[in-house]
Design a binder for this molecule. Structure first.
Ligand code: ADP
Length: 157
């Protein structure tokens, strides 16, 4: 999966999940506004229920932790929204916008700092490296569900 800007430069793409607290809290628009406002472009977007298999794969690094069953229940409590966002240095910049895992330690002005509850209920997932971003984009998007369409219009905003 590769996205290029209008002069043909590779645009890094990252995978975001809007988690159940974000969805149930009607904060999906607010979070997306922040990402778009920071210059990221949506190249994929879908809502679905995360099944046990995909969660076990996605959270393989925490699957043996005692808190994993709780994470699984939380992540299945509503549908989630997956976003593919492209932009310069997208992985690192999106991680900066969301803040650290524990919402209580996240700075005001970050998504988790402003809206997250604690270490589990923390609004969003975002890929933590360009390598993982490629793996995670393939995990949640099939061929034909990611789009490279360029910046075609200017808007008043
Ligand atoms: P991040 O999502 O910031 O990359 P991790 O990969 O370490 O963080 O953890 C994955 C997710 O598992 C977290 O976003 C959070 O929802 C949950 N989680 C992590 N640590 C804990 C914990 N100690 N207790 C409960 N849930 C946790």
């Amino acid at each position: 999966m590769a996205v290029f800007d209008k002069v043909g430069r590779f645009m890094e793409t990252t995978l975001i999940l809007l988690k159940p607290d974000c969805i149930a809290g009607r904060l999906a628009g607010e979070v997306l506004k922040r990402f778009e406002g920071a210059g990221f472009q949506i190249c994929g977007c879908k809502m679905f229920r995360a099944d046990a298999g995909v969660l076990r794969e996605h959270y393989a690094h925490i699957a043996t932790k005692p808190f994993f069953p709780e994470v699984e229940t939380f992540m299945q409590s509503t549908p989630v929204i997956a976003l593919a966002l492209a932009g310069e240095n997208a992985v690192e910049r999106v991680r900066d916008l969301i803040g650290p895992t524990d919402s209580r330690k996240a700075a005001k002005g970050t998504v988790r700092g402003d809206f997250g509850l604690d270490v589990m209920v923390n609004m969003v997932h975002a890929s933590d490296s360009p390598e993982n971003a490629q793996i995670e984009l393939r995990r949640f998007f099939k061929d034909g569900e990611l789009f490279d369409y360029g910046m075609r219009y200017t808007t008043k905003a």
